[in-house]
Write a protein that binds this ligand. Structure first.
Ligand code: ZN
Ligand code: ZN
Length: 236
């Protein structure tokens, strides 16, 4: 667990493509964004304990999208905490196990370290433990302290979250820093026009701190780096 800023904790290791989850603390409650790859939720529960909180303090689990690396601990964490599960309606039946994730191509694409995940989507393996989404989220909604941003391109129901008081943006898989810094893994961008719009929208927030789905958060010159990403993506 790494505290990126007061009350903003980054969780995750190398598993799931260096996937990250974010545990967010306010005076009265906890909010989790995404659930890491492992299906036991242990890393999240240990983090809650280290903060001196109880599992029941986790009021909501907000999902960026329904790719396996982000859903691993969901069912276990829902069971252990009773948190409300929130996600975009387009992704909800994938989370529930009723539908496979939107296909991506099989053509090997740089950076090749992401290829196992491309293959995983094609084969729909490994599966996550299905879990119901309790409430749908749409652009402009509020999820605890977070503003909900609909940021499609990587998946149709992909969400980002913004915590205005702390200047913290969760970009989900719309931005990656592992294996390299870019506007989402190229092989996974299923709609380039939407993805460019999503990058522009995130850059316009001018957030000083940007959590991403894979790799370490963008903490230094986040404003400049996000503008650069959006400009490069638009000019391609
Ligand atoms: Zn993804
Ligand atoms: Zn991902």
């Amino acid at each position: 667990m790494r505290e990126l800023a007061p009350g903003i904790h980054s969780l995750g290791g190398r598993k799931g493509g260096h996937v990250r989850a974010f545990l967010l603390e306010t005076a009265s409650e906890l909010t989790l964004v995404d659930t890491l790859f492992e299906s036991n939720g242990a890393q999240v529960l240990a983090a809650i304990d280290r903060l001196g909180r109880r599992p029941g303090d986790l009021k909501r689990i907000a999902l960026t999208h329904a790719h396996r690396s982000h859903l691993g601990g969901l069912a276990a964490l829902k069971h252990a905490t009773g948190a409300t599960v929130l996600g975009h309606a387009w992704e909800a039946d994938i989370v529930a196990g009723d539908r496979a994730a939107q296909p991506v191509g099989l053509k090997p694409t740089r950076p090749f370290k992401t290829y196992p995940f491309q293959l995983g989507i094609f084969l729909n393996r490994p599966r996550h433990v299905p879990c119901l989404v309790d409430e749908g989220l749409a652009d402009g909604d509020q999820a605890g302290p977070l503003q909900v941003l609909h940021l499609p391109g990587h998946s149709p129901g992909h969400l980002g979250f913004y915590w205005p008081e702390r200047g913290f943006l969760v970009a989900g898989d719309a931005i990656a820093t592992w294996p390299r810094f870019e506007g989402g893994w190229p092989a996974f961008t299923i709609n380039r026009t939407q993805q460019v719009d999503s990058l522009r929208r995130m850059a316009a927030l001018e957030a000083p701190l940007g959590g991403v789905g894979h790799g370490d958060a963008v903490a230094i010159d986040a404003v400049g780096r996000l503008h650069g990403l959006a400009e490069r993506a638009a000019s391609r």
